[in-house]
Design a protein around this ligand. Structure first.
Ligand code: NAD
Length: 443
């Protein structure tokens, strides 16, 4: 049986293996998922919700192991990894109740009823940057809605997902939740299989591929894709708060976060102060192994992503940007905290998602110019505006699914992207219902 090896991003040392689900194996996986789904759907909504909660309770005994695996497989520091695991495990009760509530049948007038029925088999395809949380966000509504799930985790983080699924499966009925390990080939085979829905979190490029493949079977889609989030700092902003946010949000999870701040437009009148304070704060960050003291930036997940960040920095250097902190060449696997100013629309740093610990700044004189540049992106996940008077008017012009004023975007209401950051979403009643089929009964 072919194996997928997980590697430590710090030294590329092998951490362990899992069996690969090859494309030829996929039909059998789906047949067993279909059988299991029929029995699972025959349970009541409450029974399913309770079973899922019971399965998640089993995770409490492996929380430390899960957090350690996240740290080892993708380099996140242990405290943050524990936070990710804790959020996943401890909130399951609350979220499954919310989901079950959203899926209750609704009466329509005197003679009608609207029901939220299971779709069938749902493929959940997840990324590595929050390996547990991202899988979990799609898994919970899919399961409680009465679907069976085949989870295809990222090939960068198979071990943590393997332990997660194994533990849940000590309680869940057989084959209601299966795991299919492998790279894009396994993902493609899963999308092309006889399934009913693909719930995907990952890059825009993969999202486009999945959407095209899903078209033939008109498979339902939830797409949580990449971002290139802008931050506008107006002249009336509290500069210290804007600086705190800009640096923290650019460096969080080593910049490998879908809603990290990717590009900053700052009013010329406050730009000197803003840049000086950003550099002073950024100097307090250091990249290194997650288990060392005073390290708050981890390794870049793999050499390919490391090369991508460097190519964007090099491109900015060639096109005339100024490096206020750091440089454009770093040895694997780290990128030290980097602050670049003088970013322009022709630079890759402005055009594309970077996914690295880079603060990329550009100055503006006219607010309309900043708004136009913030919106001149195919992405539209999050957007943030720091400012005083008039800040709401600016925020309301942002083309993004999640817009925030003087704070980070997201976390309130559904997790939702606009434009090519995706469609379909999770969270809130409207999000939960996307994992089910509406059936209207007229009596
Ligand atoms: P990725 O698209 O490379 O891979 C994601 C998953 O898709 C992996 O499991 C991968 O094996 C699988 N895959 C790759 N090609 C496939 C194909 N053709 N068909 C089916 N499956 C395929 O993304 P990544 O590098 O793992 O994650 C980083 C990206 O995810 C970033 O763009 C980030 O912004 C995005 N992301 C978005 C959100 C959100 O909520 N919008 C959250 C986290 C990450």
């Amino acid at each position: 049986m072919p194996l997928l090896t997980s590697y430590d991003p710090i030294n590329r040392a092998p951490l362990g293996d899992v069996p690969i689900t090859e494309p030829a194996d996929m039909p059998a996986v789906i047949i067993s998922a279909k059988k299991a789904q029929k029995l699972w759907a025959a349970l009541s909504l409450t029974q399913r919700q309770q079973k899922v909660v019971q399965a998640y309770e089993g995770l409490t005994s492996v929380e430390d192991q899960l957090a350690l695996l996240i740290s080892k497989e993708m380099g996140k520091d242990y405290r943050r990894a524990s936070y990710e695991v804790g959020g996943t495990v401890q909130n399951a009760d609350y979220f499954t109740q919310e989901i079950a509530q959203a899926l209750q049948s609704e009466s329509m007038g005197r003679n009608g009823e609207m029901q939220y029925r299971p779709l069938g088999v749902v493929a959940v395809i997840s990324p590595w940057n929050y390996p547990l949380a991202m899988a979990n966000n799609l898994l919970l509504p899919a399961l409680v809605a009465g679907n069976s799930v085949v989870l295809k985790p990222s090939e960068e983080t198979p071990l943590v997902t393997e332990l997660f699924v194994k533990t849940l499966n000590q309680v869940l009925p057989k084959n209601v939740l299966q795991i299919a390990h492998g790279d894009a080939q396994t993902g493609k085979a899963l999308v092309n299989a006889d399934i009913n829905m693909v719930a995907f979190t990952g890059s825009l490029a993969t999202g486009k591929h999945i959407m095209a493949s899903a078209a033939s079977g008109l498979k339902r889609l939830v797409m949580e894709l990449g971002g290139n989030d802008p931050l506008i700092v107006m002249a009336g902003a509290d500069i210290d708060e804007a600086v705190q946010f800009a640096v923290a949000s650019s460096f969080e999870n080593t910049g490998q976060m879908c809603t990290s701040t990717e590009r900053i437009y700052v009013d010329e009148r406050v730009a000197d102060e803003f840049e000086q304070k950003v550099v002073a704060l950024a100097r307090r960050y250091h990249a290194g192994p997650w288990d060392q003291k005073n390290v708050n930036i981890g390794p870049i997940v793999n050499p390919k992503q490391h090369a991508k960040v460097l190519s964007q920095l090099k491109d900015a250097q060639i096109k005339g940007a100024t490096f206020l902190l750091g440089k454009y060449q770093y040895a694997l696997p780290y990128i030290q905290p980097t602050v670049v100013t003088g970013i322009s629309p022709d630079m890759l740093l402005e055009q594309d998602e970077t996914f690295g610990p880079v603060v990329a700044i550009s100055r503006f004189t006219e607010l309309s110019e900043a708004i136009a540049r913030a919106n001149a992106s195919p992405y539209g996940l999050g957007a943030v505006v720091f400012g005083g008077a008039g800040v709401k008017l600016v925020a309301e012009q942002m083309e993004a699914g999640m817009v925030a004023i003087n704070q980070g975007a997201g976390g309130l209401g559904p997790w939702v992207g606009a434009k090519q950051s995706g469609f379909g979403f999770h969270g809130t009643a409207a999000g939960h219902r996307q994992f089910s089929q509406v059936r209207v009964i007229s009596k």
